[in-house]
Design a protein around this ligand. Structure first.
Ligand SMILES: Cc1cc2nc3c(=O)[nH]c(=O)nc-3n(C[C@H](O)[C@H](O)[C@H](O)COP(=O)(O)O)c2cc1C
Length: 222
């Protein structure tokens, strides 16, 4: 059995209460400006910004510290075009029957369609993979724990970081997503979770008018 080792925790940053409140509010305001963008500009984004945000995501907590994620940052136009072809093939099937009536109805107010030009125009497609298990050096299968929860938290940090840095995102999940594992040559122990389409919104980008639940209906204090 490996014995846990401990060191003093020195990274905590104590803040005056007033600063806590203003920082919490500033973060809320930044995040409230986030919308899913489906028309992206081709304007370039410095790769170091993307790297910083992926590093932030990589600092995420994870079940038993297994860090069951892998981020593939795609900017190569030919790979983006291949991803677009694969996504549109799946999306055409999805919208013409595979989704089922109920799902299609739920998507109506969002106005999504099978065509996905943003997969070409956005400068980055960050494809997030979840590692369902690991393979040890002696080829044994090692369990991972709370994989979807851990990857979901990491993606939450990623899109918050990108928003905080002044970029826009879209979570895109063309179903099924097996084609991404093939195009990006990821191993069999990984499953594609989502594409985080990242860049600047097109100058004429529009967003759907959506009804959101009242905040009061989503929180309870005991
Ligand atoms: C797990 C997940 C999957 C999503 N998949 C898609 C998708 O495949 N295509 C799309 O256009 N939007 C997708 N979205 C974006 C949602 O449609 C969007 O978040 C929702 O309509 C609320 O709009 P907002 O993000 O502008 O607040 C997804 C969002 C999440 C969290």
């Amino acid at each position: 059995m490996t014995k846990a080792k401990f060191v003093p925790y020195r990274d905590f940053l104590e803040l005056p209460e007033a600063d806590m409140r203003s920082r919490a509010e500033a973060f809320r305001v930044t995040m409230a400006r986030r919308r899913s963008i489906r028309q992206f500009s081709t304007r370039a984004v410095d790769r170091s910004v993307i790297e910083e945000c992926v590093r932030a995501a990589h600092s995420s907590p994870s079940g038993a510290n297994m860090q069951p994620w892998h981020f593939v940052v795609v900017s190569d136009p030919s790979v983006k075009a291949e991803i677009r072809r694969g996504a549109e093939d799946e999306e055409r099937e999805f919208y013409s029957g595979r989704a089922g009536e109920h799902w299609i109805k739920a998507l109506e107010p969002i106005g999504t369609v099978p065509l996905k030009p943003f997969l070409d125009t956005a400068p980055y497609l960050i494809v997030v993979f979840q590692k369902n298990y690991a393979i040890s050096s002696n080829h044994q299968r090692l369990n991972h724990y709370y994989v979807p929860e851990s990857v979901g938290i990491a993606v939450g940090i990623l899109i918050s970081g990108l928003q905080h840095a002044g970029l826009s995102t879209l979570i895109h999940t063309p179903r099924p997503m097996g084609f991404l594992r093939r195009i990006l040559k990821r191993p069999a122990n990984e499953r594609t979770c989502m594409i985080v389409v990242t860049g600047y919104p097109a100058p004429d980008a529009t967003v759907p008018v959506l009804k959101k639940k009242a905040f009061e209906d989503t929180i309870t204090f005991f």
